[in-house]
Write a protein that binds this ligand. Structure first.
Ligand code: 5GP
Ligand code: ZN
Length: 113
């Protein structure tokens, strides 16, 4: 499949791996928006949050389980961080494989633009 993140998961495009398990892969964002900016993806290709359903929704728990581990590993669990999913054009999604941004290492403004 012609999907950037599927290629990253398969190792066909290099990435800096932060975490991996049976269901989840996480890597450093190529254009970090904070001192820590990790992209967390399910290995299964879903295009966006619109594709979450009764059958596959446990995957999202796997994502947040991974995020909790990553935060502790990277030392941001105490100060906090933000997990963002951009969905579709208005949400700012540019890669069509569902992913969650983990941003941390600085204080983040709210609300987003
Ligand atoms: P979106 O805008 O779809 O929510 O997020 C896509 C993210 O993927 C962006 O933050 C962008 O910097 C990141 N990204 C795009 N291409 C690559 C790449 O080839 N490698 C890595 N590591 N990140 C990428
Ligand atoms: Zn994909």
């Amino acid at each position: 499949m012609d999907c950037l993140f599927c290629k990253i998961i398969a190792g066909e495009i290099p990435s800096t791996k932060v975490y991996e398990d049976e269901f989840v892969y996480a890597f450093n964002d190529i254009a970090p928006q904070a001192p820590i900016h990790v992209v967390i993806v399910p290995k299964e290709h879903l295009q966006s949050a619109n594709d979450i359903n009764e059958e596959n929704c446990a995957l999202i728990g796997k994502i947040f389980n991974a995020a909790s581990k990553i935060a502790k590993e990277l030392g941001i669990s105490e100060n906090g961080y933000r997990i963002v999913n951009n969905c579709g054009a208005d949400g700012g999604q540019t890669v069509g494989h569902i992913h969650f941004h983990m941003l941390g290492g600085r204080s983040l403004a709210w609300p987003p633009g």
